[in-house]
Design a protein around this ligand. Structure first.
Ligand code: XMP
Length: 503
């Protein structure tokens, strides 16, 4: 009994919750409401929040499997309203908005013991529980008098209107811990290395003796995925490193580093094909789709050569959620090339062992597998590479300009030890030229934007406060050493409202 099952009703925070529980060293699994399975190990169930209203048509339901399990249940936001509705309470629809920081008064409850009686919480709801079901007790109310938590200790059912999993809620982590350890009785026995073992044996079972084509890019995710799967199936993994023409200098060294770690890598230069397919394309979504399709074209060709039906990808959780493939009710931000950018029909079946993990968890797995720090500590790099950092139509010449600019930026950040303080830093080539003066003569060069952001998992980000002296050094070096560039600007947009990448 050492696993918490999270039923995903579409909240952007669901995986954050799963990851928090894993950090408490208890395994947590996220499942869709319709096919959630309870195992002998399940110690408790959490019903996540979600964007729907419990009375609306098609609202995701609470299934009998969960209700009849007899296990402790914690409902959060939509999950709380589902519990109230299922046990005979009443919900008011669209009248009781509470968004953002809200003060809540706590009463006595096993979830709140030892906390102060007034705490700040994070709310995000338009519906509210108006009347409690029989046998349940209100244990918290918000400043405006709305029910903020209720419970039935005897039935081991707890419900919170606010989100304990977001950092803005005071004592949120402690509440989750009380549920997991004290109410569900789980033990902190799970370690990230257990996940490696589980994934290795699952992959072995799934693949048997077949061959797998592994997609390796310049990034940490695909490197970790390749190493993990090579531990499971050895030489039956054929890792393909596709040069799509939009790689950075440092990416080109990746095959060599992976080979040293024991993964054989085949290099394929497909830059001509990618450039040809991207001709006349300047729409960001279209670009991502074309790149996704072209990758598959290359991998299918390789798969035919090796007689393989499987494709390994280093998809991680943020790729899934931003491509709106996480659950039927989340909204699409952009098609990450290894998720939403895939063609509808392809002849390869996917293996994505890191799909549930956040970036820092992937890095931890990489470290355990023995990947060197130069790969693990790299900033994230998107599958479509520099192509989505060249705004507008891409050309070989522009990719070359950006590649040289990127190297100057990265080298300078590394030299000043600023690189490690930043989640991700890169240059973006704009489709704009501006007038300047170089050596007493008029110049007319491209504008490049520098983006550096702080983030924890890429889902939100704030622009990084680079020291001015460093900004000056970066700017001068770029305009001195890349003659095609005439102006450097710094991006001061957070995510939201902007995304990290420009396209
Ligand atoms: P955005 O731009 O959506 O990026 O704020 C969030 C994080 O995801 C990376 N990213 C991608 N990674 N394929 C990837 O493998 C993609 O298509 C892709 N698009 C964005 C981005 O670099 C950032 O770290």
């Amino acid at each position: 009994m050492n696993e918490v099952l999270i039923i995903d009703y579409g909240s952007q925070y669901t995986r954050l919750l799963a990851r928090k529980i894993r950090e408490f060293e208890v395994y947590s699994r996220v499942e869709d409401p319709s096919n959630a399975k309870i195992s002998n190990d399940t110690a408790g169930i959490i019903l996540s929040g979600g964007p729907m209203s419990v009375y609306e048509e098609g609202a995701l339901p609470l299934t009998d499997i969960i209700l009849k399990s007899g296990l402790p249940i914690l409902g959060i936001c939509y999950g709380m309203q589902l519990l109230a509705k299922n046990f005979g309470g009443r919900i008011s629809k669209g009248k009781s908005f509470e968004y953002g920081l809200t003060f809540v008064r706590l009463h006595e409850s096993p979830l709140f013991s030892t906390f102060p009686s007034h705490i700040k919480t994070w709310m995000n709801h338009g519906d509210a529980v108006e009347r409690l079901p029989d046998g349940f007790e209100k244990v918290a109310e918000s400043e405006s008098g709305m029910i903020a938590a209720f419970e039935s200790v005897t039935r081991r059912i707890y419900a919170l209107q606010f989100h304990p999993e977001v950092h803005q809620t005071e004592y949120g982590d402690e509440m989750i811990k009380k549920f997991v350890f004290e109410i569900c009785g789980a033990k902190p026995e799970w370690k990230m290395k257990d996940l490696i073992g589980t994934e290795i044996s699952l992959t072995k079972k799934k693949i048997g003796n077949s061959k797998v084509i592994g997609a390796v890019s310049g990034g940490v995710d695909s490197a970790v995925a390749a190493l993990l799967v090579s531990k499971a199936i050895g030489n039956n993994l054929i890792s393909i490193f596709v040069d799509h023409g939009f790689l950075r200098f440092e990416d080109l060294a990746v095959p060599c580093i992976l080979e040293k770690a024991g993964v054989t890598v085949k290099k394929v230069d497909a830059s001509g094909l990618f450039l040809e397919n991207l001709k006349n394309c300047s729409d960001p979504e279209e670009k991502r789709k074309i790149i996704g399709r072209t990758f598959i074209e290359v991998f299918e060709r390789e798969a035919r050569t090796y007689g393989s039906r499987w494709l390994l990808q280093g998809t991680i959780y943020s790729d899934v959620i931003e491509s709106a493939a996480a659950s039927s009710s989340s909204s699409k931000i952009k098609s990450h090339h290894n998720v939403g950018g895939l063609p509808e029909k392809m002849n390869l079946k996917l293996i994505e062992p890191l799909r549930e993990l956040f970036k820092d968890e992937v890095r931890e797995v990489g470290k355990m597998l023995g990947l060197p720090p130069e790969i693990i500590n790299r900033h994230p790099f998107p599958g479509p590479g520099l192509a989505i950092r060249i705004i507008g139509e891409v050309t070989r010449e522009k990719a070359d300009i950006l590649r040289r600019t990127d190297k100057i930026l990265t080298d300078t950040l590394r030299k000043h030890r600023e690189y490690e303080k930043i989640w991700q830093a890169f240059a973006v080539l704009l489709p704009v030229k501006s007038v300047g003066v170089k050596g007493d003569a008029r110049s007319y060069g491209y504008v490049v934007a520098i983006r550096a952001v702080d983030s924890i998992e890429g889902m939100t980000a704030s622009w990084h406060e680079l020291p001015y002296t460093l900004m000056r050094e970066i700017s001068s070096k770029i305009t001195d050493e890349v003659p095609e560039i005439g102006r450097v600007v710094y991006d001061i947009s957070d995510k939201p409202p902007a995304t990290i990448e420009w396209e």
